[in-house]
Design a binder for this molecule. Structure first.
Ligand code: KIV
Length: 270
């Protein structure tokens, strides 16, 4: 598929739901500045994630824990100035949604900075918060599987859901979060077969990272897919290696996801 025209109208939560219904794969990349947001828009990518991965790839930390709401808001504002078309998804950083008051303040800050949706890492414990934010008019994206903000508890960045209990807890979390009102779900580092099960059962689009091809879309961290990360995760691919420049790499990512050529078996986890 070579159809990389930028979006002529802004991508919304409704657009994403229609894409899932039609079986059209959804594309998402991280970005942290206006220039890259411009080129990602030009490539016709559907969602820009201002992820707390900025703590690692922009700020040089070893985890996402030190990232603040002010840090994410700063980068959302920059991205919003360059973005034309993609939906802007902003990460709620570590502990910024630990209670209802903090969550409302975090969401207000990020939405007023230019985000269209907020992503929160966490289990079914988040359900009351998801419902409350949704009622305030804030679309929420869940984030299950590997949850990098919990690195100090889980001990290592590892595949999540290989064992039966973990897999069944994941399925129950998905069901509860969907019922509570999430509009999108990011699923990180989950065996491809389990991710496929989640996407089939889930009423909202499921975007995978290290979760195989049988989900509703794919997200990669920009620095990984441009070959800038010294030790990139096994499930990522360098899209700049075969093309002359960054705009072409962004288009190659979009095309590979839309045509289901990425991830291939080499870039999926089991
Ligand atoms: O912060 C981020 O970039 C993310 C992706 C890994 C999905 O949450």
């Amino acid at each position: 598929m070579k159809n990389t025209a930028p979006h002529s109208t802004p991508v919304t939560t409704q657009t994403l739901a229609q894409q899932k219904a039609k079986g059209e794969k959804i594309t998402m990349l991280t970005a942290y500045d206006a220039t890259l947001a411009h080129w990602i828009s030009e490539a016709g990518v559907d969602i820009i994630l201002v992820g707390d991965s900025l703590g690692m790839v922009i700020q040089g930390h070893t985890s996402t824990i030190p990232v603040s709401v002010a840090d994410v808001a700063y980068h959302v504002k920059a991205v919003a100035r360059g973005c034309r078309g993609p939906l802007i998804l902003a990460d709620a950083p570590f502990m910024s949604c630990s209670n209802s008051e903090r969550a409302l303040h975090t969401a207000q800050t990020l939405m007023q900075a230019g985000a269209n949706m907020i992503k929160i890492e966490g289990s079914a414990r988040l359900c009351p918060l998801v419902t409350q934010l949704s009622e305030e008019g804030i679309p929420v994206c869940g984030h299950l599987g590997l949850r990098p903000q919990s690195i100090n508890q889980i001990g290592a960045y590892r595949v999540h859901g290989r064992h039966n209990t973990e897999a069944e807890t994941l399925m129950a979390d998905v069901e509860a979060l969907v019922k509570a009102g999430i509009r999108l779900l990011v699923l990180e580092c989950v065996p491809a077969s389990l991710a496929a099960r989640v996407a089939a059962a889930c009423a909202v689009p499921v975007i995978g990272i290290g979760a195989g091809v049988d989900v509703d879309g794919q997200v990669l961290v920009l620095h990984d897919m441009l070959g800038l990360t010294p030790k990139p995760p096994r499930f990522s691919r360098n899209f700049l290696i075969d093309v002359p420049d960054i705009p072409a790499a962004l288009t190659a990512f979009r095309d590979a996801v839309k045509s289901k050529q990425f991830p291939d078996t080499e870039h999926q986890l089991s």
